[in-house]
Design a protein around this ligand. Structure first.
Ligand code: MG
Length: 192
């Protein structure tokens, strides 16, 4: 069992349903239809036939204004995070460059008591999470990027857990989860 105070979470593709938002914005604002299973690469421009400019614009909107573009939580994420927060403060480490929009999003979805206790880091670098995970005293980290998981697996004392997404399937041999209920079951949450 994982100590709830020693597990950290990536934001996009783990806590937030970034894929849903990407597909919806592509459809509504650029008239481009994308199906989830087409997104077989973390770098979506590598697997989708969409202009780089449009991909960049959609991601820029998601980064700058996640609430404004209607970025939603992954199914079950908030309920499980609230339960874990009853045991220990929540830790989020995102590769996004700017912490403020993520903080505003979390403030919107978490209770004010839970939000007040969170630890949130924006590294601005996909490959730079290991140092922060260690500094935060975490033993486990949930991420949807296979490269990140594979890098973390090489670090002593860190167990990565991959959140299944179409862009990481078959790209790792790490522990994985495909829903938040499983994350809850992996953590030693005291039921009272
Ligand atoms: Mg992610």
């Amino acid at each position: 069992m994982i100590d709830p105070g020693k597990i950290g979470f990536d934001f996009d593709g783990v806590v937030a349903d970034t894929m849903e938002a990407f597909i919806r914005l592509a459809d509504e604002d650029y008239l481009i239809k994308v199906s989830p299973l087409e997104i077989t690469d973390f770098m979506v421009e590598e697997c989708l036939d969409i202009d780089q400019e449009i991909v960049d614009e959609i991601f820029s909107r998601l980064v700058r204004d996640p609430l404004g573009v209607g970025l939603k939580p992954m199914s079950g994420a908030i309920a499980v995070l609230e339960e874990l927060a009853g045991e220990a403060p929540l830790t989020f480490i995102t590769a996004r460059p700017d912490v403020k929009p993520v903080a505003e999003w979390l403030d919107c979805y978490l209770t004010s008591k839970t939000f007040a206790g969170i630890r949130l880091i924006a590294t601005g670098d996909h490959d730079g999470k290991g140092d922060h995970i260690r500094e935060m005293g975490l033993t486990h980290f949930v991420d949807d990027r296979a490269v990140t998981g594979n890098l973390l697996a090489r670090e002593e004392g860190i167990t990565p857990i991959i959140y299944d997404q179409p862009w990481n399937l078959g790209q790792h041999s790490l522990d994985s989860v495909d829903n938040w209920q499983t994350i809850k079951k992996m953590c030693a949450v005291v039921i009272d």
